[in-house]
Design a protein around this ligand. Structure first.
Ligand SMILES: [Zn+2]
Length: 152
């Protein structure tokens, strides 16, 4: 079934999330790589379930981006507050000792805390700021049918 992919405002942290939206039955798969929030939402839940989409919502408590020496990137969405932060840190430092691209961020009570590394510039923008930046970079959204391009 056809879907469109666009950046949207994360309902949990207000920064930019991405959504895979199946417009015919208005089901959206939303993933936030800032706070870790992810959900399947729909304004027609009964239709959605009929087509096999499971409506759910998982709050975010942060993200862990690990880039290994051979360039493989692993993004972990934290759906509960990590009680093993030290383990995460060690694992990251083993794979990317200079912390060139890896980072670990927690999100609790609306506050982001960078535990390790340097998240990309876009990470820090609110959705409005992000949208503005994409607008300047790629031109008018008319061409994208109102969709906002997704960047890490
Ligand atoms: Zn978020």
């Amino acid at each position: 079934m056809a879907s469109v992919y666009s950046a949207v405002e994360c309902p949990h942290c207000g920064r930019s999330a991405s959504e895979d939206y199946y417009y015919k039955i208005s089901v959206g798969y939303i993933v936030c790589r800032r706070c870790g929030y992810n959900a399947v939402r729909s304004c027609m839940p009964e239709e959605a379930i009929k087509y096999g989409h499971e409506i759910q919502e998982n709050l975010g408590y942060g993200v862990c981006c690990q880039v290994s020496a051979d360039g493989r990137r692993k993004m972990t969405l934290l759906n509960c507050y990590p009680d093993n932060l030290e383990e995460f840190k060690l694992e990251i430092e083993n794979g990317d000792p200079e912390l060139k691209e890896s980072y670990l961020v927690t999100f609790l009570d609306g506050v982001f805390e960078i535990i390790l590394g340097n998240p990309p510039e876009n990470f820090h923008l609110t959705f409005e700021e992000y949208k503005e930046k994409m607008h300047e970079k790629y031109g008018g959204f008319e061409e994208f049918d109102g969709l906002v391009p997704i960047e890490n």
